[in-house]
Design a protein around this ligand. Sequence first.
Ligand code: CU
Length: 160
Amino acid sequence: MSFHHYCRLEESSVRNLVSSVVMGLSAFVLSAGLAFAEGKVDVSDARLRLLPGDVPAAGYFRLHNGTDEAIKLIGAHTGAYRKVMMHLSMEKDGMAEMHAVPEVDIAPGEDFEFAPSGYHLMFMKRSALLQYGDKVTVILKFADRKDVPVNFKVVSPAAM
Ligand SMILES: [Cu+2]
């Protein structure tokens, strides 16, 4: 067995050890956790890609489900646009298309990405003047939990 091989084995057993310690800790937290508030839903890197005129804008972000339950994102709204939809971009026969998505399920502990060429918010019918660098408050709506307000940074398409 080469030294290199040996190192790999060593690494993976350390990783197993770490993950069983982490599992043990989470089990402890879960059993002791009834008194704690439920975990958090965190949103980061939220940005709105502004296009000229009345062209719809795309919104992207990363959502972390820090709770111990699956959560269901069912939509969004904002004062800056009259309509916000959830879309999924995909390629079909070499052509880019997008489809409306009624809801998105995010498993406990999962990071879910709204990103170019994938899921995005589609902001339609702008009702406020916006400039690059502005912040737009967008309310994310969930099926079984409170709304989550998120500040989206207005960016130029070139910034993506
Ligand atoms: Cu779209």
